[in-house]
Design a protein around this ligand. Structure first.
Ligand SMILES: Cc1cc2nc3c(=O)[nH]c(=O)nc-3n(C[C@H](O)[C@H](O)[C@H](O)COP(=O)(O)O)c2cc1C
Length: 208
């Protein structure tokens, strides 16, 4: 077992891009606040365009996202360490295979970022870190959002799944009887955290 693994089992990369569903990212960040560990947080500038249109938020500083998640979902103690990374900094440590991370998640994942990762373009830190995750055989979870899906989107998802990524579209289930939109966010966040191998459930698993 790698020594880093013992020191910091919950070490993640969280990429956030400009697809609809900004609150899915904020809810994941909010849920991570209570988890011991650390995450590199990489945010596309296009995310802030979506956030402005969906939530009227005009602050576009990535370092304010944790606070913003608390404004939207409630104040809470934060034990998780978030390291803010410049989306353009392709030389950041998240870009290196020599670092150890338990998993990377891209939520929401635009069709543009999906295409870039599926074809190995690596033009920004999110795309590069995802490319590295695949080559290092780390868990990569991509949460695309688009409807309807075109054949190019579907081919790119298939390519990513074949390359070992977990393709988890933002398509919540309804069997937990959601009564608020936050219940729908939590459904997806719970599934994402399960694939991040976080030992904390947000939604009760289906009992049959
Ligand atoms: C309000 C708004 C909503 C958008 N929704 C989506 C979406 O649901 N899915 C998608 O693939 N792209 C969506 N886009 C387009 C992406 O933001 C665009 O393709 C961008 O280049 C993505 O870049 P990024 O992946 O680096 O953030 C949306 C853009 C805006 C402004």
């Amino acid at each position: 077992m790698q020594p880093q693994r013992q020191q910091s089992p919950n070490r993640f990369i969280v990429g956030v891009t400009g697809a609809s569903g900004a609150d899915f990212a904020l809810r994941l960040i909010w849920q991570l606040c209570k988890i011991e560990g650390e995450s590199e947080l990489i945010v596309s500038p296009n995310f802030f365009k979506v956030l402005a249109s969906e939530a009227g938020v005009t602050d576009s500083r990535a370092e304010n996202l944790v606070e913003l998640s608390k404004q939207r979902f409630g104040d809470r103690e934060t034990v998780h360490k978030f390291n803010y990374c410049d989306y353009r900094d392709i030389g950041a440590r998240a870009a290196s295979g020599s670092q150890w991370y338990k998993a990377m998640v891209i939520v929401p994942c635009s069709m543009k970022t999906l295409a870039a990762v599926a074809t190995g373009l690596s033009q920004n830190l999110i795309e590069r870190a995802a490319d590295v995750s695949l080559k290092e055989r780390r868990t990569l979870i991509v949460c695309p959002r688009e409807s309807p899906l075109g054949i190019i989107h579907l081919r790119n998802m298939l390519a990513l799944s074949e390359a070992g990524a977990v393709v988890m579209p933002l398509m919540p289930g309804y069997y937990h009887k959601p009564t608020t939109i936050t219940d729908l966010y939590d459904f997806m966040v719970d599934r994402i955290m399960q694939h991040m191998e976080i030992d904390k459930r947000v939604i009760h698993p289906w009992q049959g």
